[in-house]
Ligand binder design. Structure first.
Ligand code: APR
Length: 239
């Protein structure tokens, strides 16, 4: 199914970080339970109550210091090292893929580690203790108040041109830990398959777009991915 020269694009969602202790968005115990999405993950929410939004994201940024990559993140980094042509697109804003060793990585919904200035556009990773309190942080470039470098609902995902270019050329597309609920990521499956790519889904539950996948491996990515990656590499080296 996957040889060393197979061009692979992987899309991950909150499910791949679930076994690291980061809650997903749409499970019953989902992160949004305590907050309405429109209050904490929209530009309007930020305008209406910046302190609520800032404190919500500071809580999630502080959590990064307490969690570790799980075997699913680690298996993807191993697959990248083996393949000649690999791109990892993640909807997640945690840094667990980087910490597991992934390099060719696009965070299409932004990154918790980084803060962004709405006045001068400066973006900077700021994770020191003084950057993680409920007090706003000032831009090191112009002094204005910084916002989370997160793509909120109604905002444009990042690097979509690069992503769609890779989807149009890949041989295999693998979606892992995503419910297929949020556009444009939920449409990446179709962009890959319309160019003839084989499409694989690894998920705890069947996602909304399950009927369009060629293969579906149901279960926890932290358990399935190490086995699948080991099998793909073994089968490929046998060929
Ligand atoms: N292994 C594999 N899949 C899992 C696991 C696991 N251990 N745990 C949960 N899942 C699956 C769930 O079955 C679900 O289909 O992960 C998926 C998580 O779906 P969502 O919570 O909707 O997260 P995601 O698809 O990443 O959401 C996309 O929506 O809220 C916005 O910007 C936010 O990036 C997020 C986007």
């Amino acid at each position: 199914m996957i040889a060393k020269n197979t061009r692979v694009v992987v899309l991950t969602g909150a499910g791949i970080s679930a076994e690291s202790g980061i809650r997903t968005f749409r499970a019953s115990d989902g992160l949004w339970e305590e907050h309405r999405i429109e209050d904490v993950a929209t530009p309007q929410g930020w305008r209406d109550n910046p302190q609520l939004v800032w404190s919500f994201y500071q809580q999630r940024r502080r959590q990064l210091l307490e969690v570790e990559p799980n075997p699913g993140h680690i298996a993807l980094a191993e697959l990248e090292r083996y393949l000649d042509d690999f791109l990892l697109v993640t909807q997640n804003v945690d840094d667990l893929h980087e910490r597991a060793g992934s390099n060719n990585l696009i965070h299409m919904h932004g990154e918790l580690e980084k803060l962004r200035c709405e006045d001068c556009g400066h973006i900077e990773a700021m994770m020191d203790e003084e950057h993680l309190t409920d007090v706003f942080v000032a831009c090191t470039n112009c002094g204005s108040r910084l916002r989370p470098h997160i793509v909120w609902f109604g905002e444009i995902p990042l690097q979509t041109h690069e992503i769609e270019n890779a989807l149009s050329q890949c041989d295999v597309f693998i979606a892992i830990g995503t419910s297929g609920h949020v556009y444009p990521a939920s449409n990446y499956l179709h962009k890959a398959s319309m160019h003839g790519a084989r499409t694989i889904c690894i998920n705890l539950d069947p996602p909304e777009n399950i009927e369009f996948f060629n293969d579906f491996f149901q279960g926890k990515s932290g358990e399935l991915l190490p086995e699948l990656v080991e099998q793909w590499i073994k089968d490929s080296t046998v060929e």
